[in-house]
Design a protein around this ligand. Structure first.
Ligand code: G3P
Length: 217
């Protein structure tokens, strides 16, 4: 399972990278705005900064919603760094853009996936990743994890190479459940990743080992 961090915060990206288990980064316009990154040049530079921290796929989302605009923006983003993956929204023009980028060997991540049908269509169009938003489904009392399961089944049936990138991860249990189902990638906030470390028996066990060592030395 690949681990991506879902943030545009450089300190958090550096911290996750320092663990040695980070495979990539996902961003979106809301996350960029949260960090106060505005204007085309600053946004482009921020993507380059992220790519310089992590040697793995970095999703950069287009803002256009028309085909021409998405292609123009996506090609520009892809030229910023070899690890940029163009993030395309799940709309009709987005499907056309995914097909275009797939023919032109530009990696894509189809975002805002909320149904198995959307994931099937994105895979048919040649998306490298699909991003089902599990937390947002949970928020409206739908089962986000069931969506991951359904997409896994469909992709397995036809051996689609599109990778399931479980997104909108809210907590550590989401990561574990996605791993059990077989999501190819998870993208979550730093805390959800750090949560994997924690167990009270690890802490008390280590404390005891160190105390016993002190007694004998
Ligand atoms: O990057 C997209 C996705 O992970 C958004 O998550 O928490 O805003 O639903 P969230």
């Amino acid at each position: 399972m690949k681990f991506f961090i879902d943030t545009a915060n450089l300190d958090q990206i550096r911290e996750a990278q320092s663990l040695g288990v980070l495979d990539g980064v996902t961003t979106n316009p809301s996350l960029m705005a949260k960090e106060g990154i505005r204007g085309e040049a600053n946004i482009a530079q921020h993507y380059i900064d992220i790519c310089n921290i992590v040697d793995g796929d970095v999703s950069a989302e287009v803002i256009s919603t028309d085909l021409k605009g998405m292609i123009k923006e996506g090609e520009k983003l892809a030229k910023l760094h070899k690890n940029i993956v163009v993030k395309i929204p799940m709309i009709k023009e987005g499907i056309q853009a995914l097909k275009y980028f797939s023919i032109n060997n530009i990696k894509t991540n189809c975002t805002l996936i909320f149904s198995p049908g959307q994931a099937l269509l994105a895979a048919k169009a040649g998306a490298n990743y699909v991003s089902p938003f599990i937390g947002r489904l949970d928020d409206i009392s739908n089962d986000g994890l069931s969506l991951i399961q359904e997409i896994r089944e469909i992709y397995n049936n036809y051996k689609f190479e599109t990778e399931i990138l479980a997104a909108s991860i809210r907590h550590t249990m989401h990561i574990i459940d996605c791993a059990k189902i077989g999501a190819d990638v998870m993208t979550g906030p730093l805390n959800s990743i750090l949560g994997l470390l924690k167990h009270p028996l690890t802490d008390s066990g280590l404390k005891k080992f160190l105390e016993d060592h002190k007694k004998n030395n």
